[in-house]
Design a protein around this ligand. Structure first.
Ligand code: CP
Ligand code: NVA
Length: 302
């Protein structure tokens, strides 16, 4: 695998291979077995937005694999002062073995891959969050035995998380339902693709979407970069919440996932969050194992 720019670029087989490797690396780490598969390799991590999980999982992941990681804030890089992506990509390709980037425009990630000569990993854009969804699929497999055959319901803003969950869920044989307010739907092309390639629905009706769901998922109402809309969004999204009423219509064994950070009493009640804290924090832990698998696939296999 050369890059991880978005899940749409991966086949079901490639996703499964990443998840299998992630499971193996998790098992081995728990049993004290070290794998320096990326010995001597260096990952640059460019951040134009905040991060806890992505930054720490990639940095610890590189350390676990025998390599090292450099935290590069776009505020400090010349890219933050207007140096073109084309030049940044060509320069960093001379120093590093791979780049993980978190930024706003998907095009910036695609341009890094086009102009650079090293693997590029998307650590979140406004369009998608593939690394998170690989950890999510890993967690669903852990709890449900498989992804295929389960219904994944996402409630909330049709954002970067939703776009990647739809693609990942459908590719792995899940039924996917989305409940969001009118005007806040996921990407139109992704929805059209999902309808053609699997069982997909998008509705304004939360209860309809959540009916018999095996996995309920939500994310913040206002994403990074939308801070000025936060107050207005609180009104628009107030009914798009995972709460006890929603849990009642889902499957009785339904699991709840959240990419975090979470806003209690907004997209999820504190009650539901705490009742499902085990799977939510297993999901957060799985970022480490899934990111290590992505790193090995992109930087380790030539
Ligand atoms: N879920 C996630 O990507 O978390 P961070 O923003 O903390 O990296
Ligand atoms: N949709 C959120 C995801 C954070 C992991 C954001 O972009 O801020």
């Amino acid at each position: 695998m050369k890059h991880l720019l978005k899940l749409m670029d991966l086949s079901q087989k490639e996703i499964t291979q990443i998840l299998n490797l992630a499971d193996q690396l998790k098992f081995e780490k728990k049993n004290g077995i070290e794998h320096h598969l990326l010995k001597g390799k260096t990952l640059g991590m460019i951040f134009s937005k905040s991060s806890t999980r992505t930054r720490v999982s990639f940095e610890v992941g590189m350390y676990d694999l025998g390599g090292s990681a450099l935290f590069l804030s776009s505020r400090d890089l010349q890219i933050g002062r207007g140096e073109p992506v084309e030049d940044t990509a060509r320069v960093l390709s001379r120093y590093l073995d791979g780049i993980m980037i978190r930024t706003f425009a998907q095009k910036e990630v695609e341009d890094l891959a086009e102009y650079g000569s090293i693997p590029i990993i998307n650590g979140l854009t406004d369009y998608c969050h593939p690394c998170q969804v690989l950890a999510d699929l890993m967690t669903i497999r852990e709890y449900k035995g498989a992804c295929a055959g389960n219904k994944l319901c996402y409630i909330g803003d049709g954002n970067n998380m939703t776009n990647s969950l739809i693609v990942g869920g459908i590719k792995m044989g899940m039924e996917v339902s989305v409940a969001c307010p009118k005007g806040y739907e996921p990407d139109a092309e992704i929805m059209a693709w999902a309808k053609e390639n699997g069982k997909f629905t998008c509705t304004e009706d939360v209860m309809e979407a959540a009916k018999d769901a095996d996995v309920l998922y939500t994310d913040v109402w206002a994403s990074m970069g939308q801070e000025s809309e936060a107050e207005a969004r609180k009104k628009i999204f107030k009914n798009y919440q995972i709460n006890a009423e929603v849990m009642k219509v889902a499957d009785e064994k339904a699991m709840v996932l959240h990419c975090l950070p979470a806003h209690r009493e907004e997209e999820i009640t504190a009650e539901v969050f705490e009742a499902h804290a085990k799977e939510i924090f297993d999901e957060a832990e799985n970022r480490l194992h899934a990111q290590k698998a992505v790193l090995v696939k992109c930087l380790g296999e030539k």
